[in-house]
Design a protein around this ligand. Structure first.
Ligand code: MN
Length: 390
């Protein structure tokens, strides 16, 4: 069997009014969930997720983990349907759990969003999870360096989360438990403030997992604490001997399982949208998350997508029309922005009433391949205008 020692700490940080992170520390299950959404929706979503996952019971495969995450997703969607003020709430989830199958043990990992699982290795910190975030997609695509991503103003935009859709794509796989290994689960409030080198240093220098979690949270708070900070530290203190241990600990690759709460519980259809690199359309997750953000951030995010995907292509342009309202123009721009373009959609949004960043974006002209995407952008402008109350 596998026996763990663990510690956990969480803090609201220095800027946010609420702590929307939640965590689970149980005998064999460890979870961090970073919630988001207005009207306390973030707290509610991450609480629903940890409640569901804390009660996951005996786990015999990563399919059980995926099913648990999928049930948490369904719970969140159901609650949002019952209480409209929670519409749009969501949460990330990263979990580590003991798996027992035919008398042998593994560690199961499941991840959705931009919370992380690290393992302390001699060489440094090993990040087991991949961030499902806009900046990570841009890094993979070679558009940003990791250093640029770490400082990017839109680094907290996630491309996957629970609460968006009745299907949730879950990264899940098994690790070999090795005595002496230390894992850390955390929300982005940790690595957004202190770098991997410092996280590694604290995890190596602090023997008690509780003290390590406390110290990491304290440092992230002191470094700025711009977001909620949560850390769960898990030490493997007993494990069955294993003949298949390898340096990276990964035992079989089972990443990206698609859970569909409307279907039967079969969780293992590979997802065709596996590659989340922005490519000319706005993924559903992006529009959902965008809805939670201020108009200014929203305009910049869409702007980034547009810049990377659609510059210089024909298609549709969201721009300022002759009477000062936002319009969609159709047609190729022949090197001269509005040359040869025809009016496709007229809106009643006054450009002047948009937030400054959005005004600049619209006056520059935002180009899209598809009319639907241009209309989505227009809708987002409309929403941001409504919610800014101007
Ligand atoms: Mn966060």
């Amino acid at each position: 069997m596998t026996v763990f020692a663990s510690g956990a700490a969480t803090d609201v940080g220095q800027v946010r009014a609420h702590n929307e992170d939640n965590f689970v520390v149980a005998d064999t299950v460890f979870v961090v969930a970073d919630g988001m959404g207005g009207h306390n929706g973030g707290e509610v979503a991450s609480q629903i997720a940890v409640d569901r996952l804390a009660g996951i019971g005996l786990v015999s495969s990563i399919d059980d983990l995926v099913r648990g995450v999928q049930e948490a997703n369904a719970d969140i969607l159901e609650r949002a349907r019952e209480q409209p003020e929670f519409r749009g709430m969501g949460t990330t989830v990263v979990m580590l759990a003991d798996i027992e199958r035919a008398g042998s043990h593994r560690l199961g990992v499941a991840n959705v969003g931009d919370s992380r699982l690290y393992r302390v290795a001699d060489s440094g910190l090993h990040q087991h999870t991949e961030d499902h975030s806009l900046v990570e997609a841009l890094v993979r695509d070679g558009r940003l360096t990791p250093a640029e991503a770490a400082a990017h103003p839109q680094r907290n935009i996630v491309t996957r989360a629970l609460g968006i859709d009745d299907k949730v794509l879950v990264d899940a796989w098994e690790l070999v438990p090795v005595v002496g290994d230390r894992y850390a689960l955390c929300s982005d409030g940790l690595f957004g403030e202190i770098d991997d080198g410092e996280i590694h240093e604290v995890l190596q220098a602090t023997s008690s997992p509780q003290d390590a979690a406390d110290e990491l949270v304290r440092r992230a708070r002191e470094a700025g604490g711009r977001d909620n900070i949560t850390v769960v530290v898990v030490d493997v203190i007993e494990a069955d001997p294993s003949e298949e241990r390898s340096d990276d600990r990964v035992a079989g690759i089972h990443k990206a399982l698609f859970g569909n709460v409307l279907g039967d519980a079969g969780p293992t259809t590979p997802d065709p949208r596996r590659d989340e690199t922005p490519s000319g359309f706005v993924p559903p997750a992006m529009t959902w998350r965008v809805g939670l953000f201020t108009a200014a951030v929203l305009a910049v995010v869409i702007g980034v997508l547009v810049v990377v995907s659609a510059i210089g292509r024909s298609g549709y342009t969201v721009a300022e029309g002759d009477n000062g309202t936002v319009v969609i123009l159709k047609g190729r721009d022949g090197g001269f922005l509005f040359f040869g373009q025809t009016l496709e959609v007229e809106s009643d949004i006054d450009v002047d009433e948009l937030p400054p960043v959005a005004i600049a974006a619209v006056r520059d002209g935002q180009r899209f391949d598809a009319l639907e995407t241009a209309e989505l952008y227009l809708e987002n402008l409309q929403d941001s205008n409504d919610s800014s109350g101007s």
